[in-house]
Design a protein. Structure first.
Length: 132
């Protein structure tokens, strides 16, 4: 452990991007200020220990769950596959042409011709409308 003597208002630099400032000293209490990057986590020791205990408990719970799943015959990685619905045969890639399976072409179904509109000649048909 490195020990430094600093008075109120004096600073310590840790690396290139951490600055520690002694903001005040009162009796047996020292108030510190830190300038750190936003992605760096700074916690009091008791908070860091609590987070560590929670992480360990979570890991133990996850391990116990995986052991239980392994005993029932379902591996943890296969849970999603076991719940996934089967693909319908008409939409499987095997029914598409080879170019579509390779992702090079898009296959669309041919559309049925629209019947001519009975009240409006020329609408929906391929013949131009007659003008009178």
């Amino acid at each position: 452990m490195r020990c430094f003597t600093r008075r109120s208002g004096q600073m310590l630099r840790i690396g290139d991007d951490v600055i520690l400032t002694v903001t005040s000293v009162r009796g047996g209490s020292v108030r510190l200020g830190f300038k750190v990057p936003r992605d760096m986590i700074v916690d009091r020791e008791e908070i860091a220990e609590q987070k560590k205990r929670e992480r360990v408990a979570g890991n133990l719970q996850y391990a116990a769950q995986n052991r239980m799943l392994a005993q029932t015959g379902i591996a943890a990685g296969k849970r999603a596959a076991a719940k996934a619905p089967a693909k319908s045969p008409e939409k499987s890639p095997a029914t598409y042409p080879a170019a579509a399976r390779a992702g090079k072409a898009r296959v669309s179904k041919p559309r049925a011709a629209k019947p001519a509109h009975p009240a409006k000649p020329g609408v929906g048909s391929s013949k131009p409308a007659k003008r009178t």
